[in-house]
Design a protein around this ligand. Structure first.
Ligand SMILES: Nc1ncnc2c1ncn2[C@@H]1O[C@H](COP(=O)(O)OP(=O)(O)OP(=O)(O)O)[C@@H](O)[C@H]1O
Length: 438
């Protein structure tokens, strides 16, 4: 969006005068034509034509310049303030890192920065418990904020430990139902036979052991939100009943016959591939469509490694102590693929701070899977600068190719470079692109 703004500004500055002077010239010629003085071979007419064009261009340019200049100055001032307030705080992308080549880029970068700053401030206010300033997380925060404002069913997707439950809490806390209850149900943790009575309640004597009538979670959540965690593990029979509740907004307790109205907003979450579950007939297709109204996908930690330093600071704040970490240990945290995501990172930091005592966290304090990166890092450190840069470049290019499944135009976009430049690098680094194609 800011890019477009900058373009608009430039168009205003140059295009408007060109159009305006063009029209002036045309009107001048038309006036001569109508008055019967039009003669293309006349030097006087050419002279006055040129004069009309130049004067109208100059006039329009001066007016546009006066209007546009304050906007550009404003953008530069914000850029300066931002630099002073948070020097080096952000991890810039390849494109952001490059110095601006012209006015247009300077302007675009300044406005991009303002947008970034605003969303970071916003996400900290709205989701104080969620750490993350990476682009991927800021995209998630905006989606969470959008869905929070409505009563729509939200479906949170993502690997285990990526923060799905925190996201659900965030949606509820930012929703108009925030003063109502947030009731959590872990569909995977309840025995199949009890899921229905847990969700919808039961009447007295509905089954052996039901000595009293009991309200279900849907009723408990009335006026608020119900969070159906691990919905992919819900038994098929209960899925059919849940579908009816979502359609009719009524529950019938087990053993009962009278429907009870419920006013509940539903948030569901799963780490399962629901379309695959549907194909395997373990999840009802109609329920999938019913809950897949507004899906939000939480990125795995390996796709937002730039958030790791923030997690270290956040962890130190929670532990109420300063945590020092050696450069090598930090590099190891960044080199790990974090299959257990944030949960694994938190456990790793807990363990390392305990082992480190009052000292710095060293590579030795990190768990064995992280130490696997050590030989690679040592190998990298033994290389000279050019070879190290070449290895890093190769890793980044290969990573982009991996993520784009070998589509080079997409990989170039991910890297923020021209596709020609990518071709050159692929050749120079002797990368076989075909192995990334699906
Ligand atoms: N962005 C985050 N900021 C702070 N803590 C986080 C973040 N994401 C996850 N956590 C922490 O990681 C742990 C796991 O998070 P959570 O239970 O929300 O994940 P989940 O995706 O629901 O996991 P699962 O699928 O296994 O239930 C929790 O301790 C949570 O506080």
């Amino acid at each position: 969006m800011p890019f477009r703004n900058a373009r608009v500004v430039l168009s205003l500055r140059f295009l408007v005068p060109v159009i305006f002077s063009g029209f002036s010239l045309l009107s001048f010629l038309l006036a001569l034509l109508l008055a019967g003085y039009y003669d293309p071979s006349s030097w006087a007419m050419r002279f006055w034509g040129l004069a009309v064009w130049t004067i109208s261009f100059g006039l329009a340019y001066a007016i546009m310049h006066m209007m546009v200049r304050p906007i550009e100055d404003f953008a530069s001032r914000i850029e300066e303030i931002k630099e002073k307030e948070s020097p080096g705080e952000r991890v810039p992308t390849a494109q952001q890192n490059a110095p601006p080549r012209n006015e247009l880029e300077r302007f675009t970068q300044a406005l991009d920065g303002v947008t970034d700053m605003l969303t970071r401030v916003e996400s900290k206010t709205h989701f104080p418990d969620m750490v993350g300033e990476s682009r991927a997380m800021r995209a998630v925060f905006s989606q969470l904020l959008v869905v929070a404002g409505s009563d729509t069913t939200a479906l949170i997707l993502g690997e285990s430990g990526t923060g799905k439950e925190l996201a659900a809490q965030g949606i509820h806390a930012n929703s108009p139902r925030k003063h109502g209850p947030l009731v959590k149900v872990n569909c995977a943790a309840i025995p199949d036979t009890l899921v229905e009575s847990e969700l919808f309640g039961h009447e007295k004597g509905a089954f052996t052991g039901a000595t009293t009538a009991k309200q279900g979670k849907f009723q408990q959540a009335s006026g608020g939100t119900i969070f159906l965690d691990e919905i992919g593990d819900m038994p098929l029979e209960t899925q059919a009943k849940l579908l009816r509740v979502l359609q009719d907004r009524e529950v019938i307790p087990v053993g009962g016959s009278k429907p009870i109205r419920v006013d509940v907003r539903v948030i569901a979450a799963t780490n399962k591939d629901l379309p695959q579950e549907v194909r395997d007939k373990r999840f009802r297709e109609d329920l999938y469509f019913r809950i897949n109204v507004f899906p939000v996908e939480l990125p795995p930690l390996r796709d937002r490694l730039e958030d790791i330093p923030l997690f270290i600071d956040w962890f130190a704040q929670r532990a109420d102590r300063e945590i020092k970490i050696t450069n090598q240990a930090r590099q190891m945290l960044l080199a790990h693929s974090w299959p257990g995501n944030v949960r694994e990172l938190i456990h790793c930091l807990e363990r390392a701070t305990l082992l480190a005592g009052k000292g710095e966290i060293l590579p030795a304090h990190l768990p064995p899977p992280l130490k696997r990166a050590l030989p690679v890092m040592e190998h990298q450190q033994s290389l000279n600068l050019n070879d190290r840069l070449k290895e890093i470049e190769k890793t980044l290019v290969e990573d982009a190719l991996q993520r784009s499944h070998g589509v080079q135009v997409r990989a170039a976009e991910l890297l923020g470079i021209q596709v020609r430049s990518l071709w050159h690098r692929v050749k120079k680094l002797e990368i076989d692109v075909s192995r990334f194609k699906q």
